[in-house]
Design a protein around this ligand. Structure first.
Ligand code: G6P
Length: 470
């Protein structure tokens, strides 16, 4: 049925199918977009999270979900292969070594075609289609070819690397051409947008001016694609509301009590090598070894939610993190107190907010991260204006969250000092910094983000209509 005026296309549907039924999909993309689609009553085209699952479109809370089936082999070649073992490590500054395999690329093209077809079939005449993230970079151009009437947006949730790294990609021109099918190409940081524009200039020799890129069209003319930063955010009001609930605050007290009333440091991440979990454990472990921290006074709670568990680099990472946790605990624990509480699990949002409220210090030490919404979730949840955010300068959130304690996570000594500074920070300074962080997150919430993106798309649509004289 082709009747949706707004169609979201993302690798995942907002809900995932697992053995027990449907559950919210992991990651920042879904967390950010779900409220947008709920409000606009659009359609969402995506993969239901399990191989070989052929499902008819269905409705959830006024959203129309259009599942795209992937075979077992496509999950392996497209999702685990090209998306998560080629593009993901390459775009995160080769923290892990990307692999360039031609069979992965072939599957990527095939799967992108399937998503483009499903989106084309779901979109009403002159609709807006908004494609998301690195798994689907070829969809914008494929869609433009199939449906020239559409206004097409693309949002890139992860970093876009500098030319020197991007140029490793054997299919570097094809990927740029795929993205340039969009009228508006959104990035997290200004640096990501300018890396992209520089790659377009050097590899395709297209003319660029400010955020506009002049793209040749099939009829021999040109059109302008916009490449710009739109830093994504969270549904801040939902976090404020949860943090204000008596039962959530009670749960936060219970958590603190169960940890023996110690100072609580918290890390919350997908178990991913981009998140700098190892660096954080190293800094913390050294502080304990040197006697600058005492296990009777402090505890680190590390939530590491399972992610991409069949990709080799993630299997290795899990082993490494778990060995490191065991080593830190083995060296520092007493019979009654453990240095690290390691939780390889995912939790509902209520429990996460209780953890945020229980944490004196939040550690976001990503080595590279598109945005890092956990940093924003922590700030939004601290309705008491307490707590300290340690934030890596390599996370997109660092551009906005200026009053966090900024760190370079590779610099272990500075990271150690920042942890001590955070633990010792006087309440008045905590509150001064936290108020500024919260104002920023509450003013620039997910609604402001989607409004900015959708209004850029509406403008592109107006211009297209004007040009075609309709
Ligand atoms: C990041 C990416 C998303 C992805 C999410 C979870 O937030 O930007 O595109 O969906 O991680 O990863 P997964 O591989 O489980 O979809």
């Amino acid at each position: 049925m082709s009747d949706a005026d707004l169609v979201i296309v993302a690798n995942r549907l907002p809900v995932d199918r697992d053995a027990d039924g449907w559950r919210t999909s992991p990651g920042g993309l879904v967390a950010a977009l779900e409220p947008v689609v709920r409000q606009t009553k659009g359609a969402w085209v995506g993969w239901p999270g399990q191989p070989d699952l052929e499902l008819q479109p269905f409705e959830v809370d006024g959203m129309r979900l259009v599942p795209v089936a992937l075979s077992e082999q496509e999950v392996e070649l497209h999702y685990e292969g090209f998306a998560n073992a080629t593009i993901w490590p390459l775009y995160h500054d080769v923290i892990a070594v990307p692999r360039y395999r031609r069979v992965w690329w072939d599957a990527y093209v095939r799967v992108n075609e399937r998503f483009a077809q499903a989106a084309a079939a779901a979109a009403a005449p002159n609709a807006t289609v908004w494609v998301h993230d690195y798994q689907l970079q070829l969809v914008p151009a494929m869609l433009r070819e199939a449906r020239p009437d559409l206004t097409i947006g693309y949002f890139h949730h992860i970093p876009f690397p500098a030319y020197g790294l991007y140029s490793q990609l054997p299919w570097r021109r094809l990927v740029l051409e795929g993205l340039l099918g969009a009228d508006v190409i959104g990035f997290q940081r200004v640096a990501d947008a300018s890396n992209f524009t520089a790659c377009v200039r050097r590899l395709l020799h297209f003319e660029t001016r400010a955020s506009g890129i002049r793209v040749p069209t099939a009829d021999g003319g040109t059109r302008v694609a916009l490449a710009k930063a739109f830093p994504i955010s969270i549904d801040a009001a939902a976090y404020v509301e949860l943090a204000g609930r008596a039962e959530v605050q009670e749960r936060a007290r219970e958590i603190r009590e169960s940890l023996g009333g110690r100072t609580v440091l918290l890390g919350v991440d997908r178990l991913d090598y981009t998140k700098g979990i190892r660096h954080r454990l190293k800094a913390y472990g050294e502080l304990l070894d040197e006697g600058r921290l005492d296990v009777e006074d402090v505890v680190l709670v590390q939530v590491a939610s399972p992610s991409r568990e069949r990709v080799a680099a993630y299997v290795e990472l899990r082993d490494e993190i778990e060995r490191t946790v065991a080593r830190v605990n083995g060296n520092s624990d007493t019979v009654g107190s453990s240095a690290v509480r390691y939780l390889h699990q995912s939790y509902p949002r209520e429990e996460m907010v209780a953890l945020f409220l229980a944490a004196d210090v939040m550690l976001v030490t990503a080595l590279r991260d598109g945005m890092n919404l956990v940093a924003k979730e922590y700030a939004a949840s601290r309705v008491d204006n307490r707590g300290v955010l340690i934030l890596s300068e390599f996370a997109g959130a660092a551009d906005e969250l200026r009053t966090a304690l900024r760190v370079n996570p590779h610099d272990i000594d500075t990271l150690k000092n920042a942890i001590l500074e955070a633990i010792e920070m006087p309440a008045a300074e905590q509150s001064r910094r936290m108020r500024t962080l919260r104002r920023r997150v509450l003013d620039n919430d997910i609604e402001a983000w989607s409004r900015a993106c959708l209004s850029a798309l509406a403008e592109a649509r107006d211009q297209r209509m004007k040009r075609s004289g309709s």
